[in-house]
Design a protein around this ligand. Sequence first.
Ligand SMILES: Cc1cc2nc3c(=O)[nH]c(=O)nc-3n(C[C@H](O)[C@H](O)[C@H](O)COP(=O)(O)OP(=O)(O)OC[C@H]3O[C@@H](n4cnc5c(N)ncnc54)[C@H](O)[C@@H]3O)c2cc1C
Ligand SMILES: Cc1cc2nc3c(=O)[nH]c(=O)nc-3n(C[C@H](O)[C@H](O)[C@H](O)COP(=O)(O)O)c2cc1C
Ligand code: SF4
Length: 709
Amino acid sequence: MPAFRHLLSPGRINGMTLRNRIFFTPMGSNLAEEGGFSGEKLKDYYEERARGGAALITMGSVSIGYPEGASNWRQEAISDDRYIPGIRAIADAVHAHGAKLAVQLHHAGLLAMHDMLEGRPLACPSPPQASKDSGDFVDVMLEEEQARFFEPYATMGEVKYDALSAQQIERIVQMFADAADRAKRAGVDAVEVHAGHGYIFSSFLSPAYNRRTDEYGGSVENRARFLLDTIKAIRAAVGPNYPVWMRFDSQEFLMDNGITVEDAKAVALLAERAGLDAIHVSAHGDGNRGATYSTGHATDIRNGFVANAAAIKAAISIPVICPGRIEPEDADRFIAEGKLDFVTMGRKLLADPHLPNKLAAGTPDKVRPCIYCYTCISNIFNSKHVICAVNPLTGYERERAQYPAERRKTIVVVGGGPGGLESARLLANKGHKVILCEASSRLGGTAQFASVAYEPNQRIVDWLKNEVARADIDVRLNARVTPELIASLKPDQVIVATGAKRTMPAIPGGNRDFVFSGDDMRNLVLGQNLESLRGKTSGITRTAMKMGAITGATGKLEVLRRASKVWMPIGKRVVIIGGELVGLELAEFLAARDRTVTVLEEGTRVGKGLQLVRRFRVIDECRHLGVAMLTQVSDVRIGDHLVTYTNEDQQQRTIAADTVIVAKGATGDLSLAEAIERLGYPVATVGDCTGVGYIEGAMRDAALAVQTI
Ligand SMILES: Cc1cc2nc3c(=O)[nH]c(=O)nc-3n(C[C@H](O)[C@H](O)[C@H](O)COP(=O)(O)OP(=O)(O)OC[C@H]3O[C@@H](n4cnc5c(N)ncnc54)[C@H](O)[C@@H]3O)c2cc1C
Ligand SMILES: Cc1cc2nc3c(=O)[nH]c(=O)nc-3n(C[C@H](O)[C@H](O)[C@H](O)COP(=O)(O)O)c2cc1C
Ligand code: SF4
């Protein structure tokens, strides 16, 4: 039986036929032009996903009242006929590649940032009650993020609320119907009503937000009345044959009195009876809690909403569309089992818009994987446009496009981490002759260590290695590049991607045998340079790690991760000095392996380097695992299995430690690049050697460097 037979089989919603079951999920991108217009940037972004083979592209969060009811910085609008030409251009571009286009009709209600900033009251069922718990949003944000996030609100007056009257509700119903009619006139194939994620309909559906006692509050039927009136008005505007569906919360997590799956089933049935053609399942939670954004709609949990989708599907007879970290093989199975009909993919198609075509071509291993780092959605929180950490072209489809080289050059790429691998891959695709030199015996660089700490990173390492193996690249392992080596190779150009330099900060007692630097940890985990660990680990440990390295076990990161659950040469009580990305990921990894972990961070916040939405998640998980995360810590000293420090209240404290890990001190290192340049060779620098920029920075640098060669 052909792979992905069910996922790739055609589908139908109302009269619309779809070439497969994969939809590009609605995602606010902040790629619109000033004033909410859909321009070239948006067109390029959506067109690329259509070219990649998705059956349907959804324009995410398109404002029906712009600027009224709009939430995002650069949100696209459909509130006036002036917006039709831009949307029509997108429809034409998407159609040219055989895909269909839907528009997600959106009014943000309580979350309408534009209303807040422009002094309009926020549309809601009832004014929200002051919460006893203000959540962790502000505490987790870095100071620079807070400044960016709150700056627009600095001159804003008091927030006002409009508990909508029946007349006001009628007006918004008409705005949705007019917008749907506009979409149809713009050549759009379908509309989706955004009824989830804390926005206007979601606040009416949620018992936690809707405290009305009139016909719009109380029972499920009453809470759904506004939504159902809207569906009926849209149906009247677009006619019986035009596909209309809604996206809504199948559940509200992390809060009391939120929407339940039973509520959702009832609402779905009412919506079907009101004239909907399909139901798109999602979820939300308490918007004040950071973990909501990786528990609700952009879930961190594989197949996070499938059980809810299946329960809803059993209650209705129209198709069910389901998102939420669904791998293609899972999607295929769920469709076969009748749990859902269509799958929406968001992050996977940001990472690789051509996923559907690659499945159809029988090459799923060529799909560039998402690493669930949440850079994309964190950018939306930070009022920037969408990007993807592993795909530098996302949001820059035209600006960063790579074209075949005019002249084939010989290029030496130094370093086999993400930056070097991506550079080599792109250069070979352009037609250059590439020599990739890696000092160690394995490709992957520091990202191999990063993959032990956070499993999804392994996927991009594997993908890069496979792509490099497939390409015509001269890969040289155990090849430490020196200026002399470059002089002997005489390349036209050198790309230096040698990673960060990790120096041990001057911490009193830092030379004790239970203190591990970043390099010590990397060597220990990867079974490399084990002799440098003499005195810190027993001979037995070093032999075991060496055997692992020789037999390939520590080269297989999954084996390492599993083995580390049983045995790891790290003591029971661990103190990690440095609470940025690396410190926190290690803390989570070790705490999940039964270590008692304390993180000491000198700054005011932990988690720098983690993107906001992932930082919320990691901090939340660390808290659940009992990790103590202390900030504004100074004067750290290491004694005999003790660490002393001064806490934020200027009190001196001491904790016991069997192992101390120093997770700081990584800086850029351009010494090799400068030495090669002095010989007269053109050099481009990529990745952490220019300053720690993580996987996103390494991939971006590679794309920008290769574009100019
Ligand atoms: C524990 C841990 C967890 C992390 N988690 C994440 C995460 O979740 N997300 C994220 O984005 N980032 C994470 N990082 C950071 C990420 O791994 C790096 O930012 C990324 O690998 C940088 O890529 P790079 O190609 O610039 O350098 P590296 O990956 O460091 O690769 C540089 C390569 O160059 C080689 N090299 C050096 N000198 C020479 C020479 N002279 N000749 C030949 N080869 C040479 C090195 O051997 C190495 O293989 C983590 C790091 C650590 C330590
Ligand atoms: C950058 C980004 C923006 C999003 N914006 C929206 C949006 O505007 N409307 C919406 O309904 N969901 C939005 N979502 C949620 C996605 O539609 C989707 O449900 C989520 O990403 C989970 O699916 P995935 O695992 O395939 O990415 C957004 C998600 C991301 C990552
Ligand atoms: S930015 Fe990260 S989470 Fe978002 S799509 Fe790209 S890899 Fe996935």
